[in-house]
Design a binder for this molecule. Structure first.
Ligand code: GLN
Length: 198
């Protein structure tokens, strides 16, 4: 249900990772951001952001708090935007090593795939014409932090931006995934695109 002020109410999974930066980015993009930690709170939002952080720690917490089932149910029905660790949690298949995931996006991701030496980097990437038409023109500044690489995408997955030939911003139906961190830049276009999917 939309918030009273008419804004879309977007939950940010707030168990671990950089949820605070996402909440600010959602507000900047014109949404109403609410931190989500319980199954009950999932019932009050129109879409959900699963932030970056450490996917293994997030999985542990999700299992401990018995949130896997409610979250799986949520992703079947409502739009979810996963960044980095959030992207890993949404994939159908995870490598390096293999781990549990929600399977909302038909893709295979390899964790920490840029190698240990280069932990993080900032790159200017050119987004697809489709992304620019829907979200606004210009390159996207992409912050990668121990990022995964999307190694395979299924036929329903649309690639919105690539870096060195690998997809880094993709969508499948109502869901959106970035292997980088748009919440760490001042460019709100990726969050605006997510809001437009809600
Ligand atoms: N390397 C982390 C993982 O595998 C993801 C890093 C991030 O979210 N910035 O879960």
């Amino acid at each position: 249900m939309p918030a009273k002020n008419g804004k879309k109410r977007v939950g940010v999974l707030a168990l671990q990772g950089d949820f605070d930066a996402h909440a600010k980015a959602i507000q900047q993009a014109g949404g109403e951001a609410v931190e989500v930690r319980t199954a009950e709170e999932l019932g009050h939002i129109d879409g959900l952001v699963i932030p970056g952080g450490e996917s293994t720690s997030m999985l542990k917490l999700l299992n401990m708090m018995e949130l896997i089932e409610p979250l799986s149910e949520f992703v079947r029905n409502k739009p979810v935007f996963g960044t980095c660790a959030g992207a890993i949690l949404l994939a159908t298949e995870v490598l390096n090593p293999s781990q549990q995931s929600l399977g909302a996006m038909d893709m295979t991701v390899e964790r920490n795939a840029y190698g240990r030496q280069i932990d993080s980097r900032v790159a200017n990437i050119s987004a697809s014409a489709d992304f620019q038409a829907r979200a606004g023109e210009g390159d996207v500044e992409a912050v990668f932090i121990r990022a995964p690489i999307i190694r395979r995408t299924g036929p329903a997955v649309k690639v919105l931006a690539e870096y060195h030939g690998d997809p880094v911003l993709v969508e499948q139906g109502k869901h959106l995934v970035a292997t980088f961190h748009p919440e760490l830049t001042h460019d709100a276009r990726v969050h605006k695109l997510f809001l437009s999917k809600i």
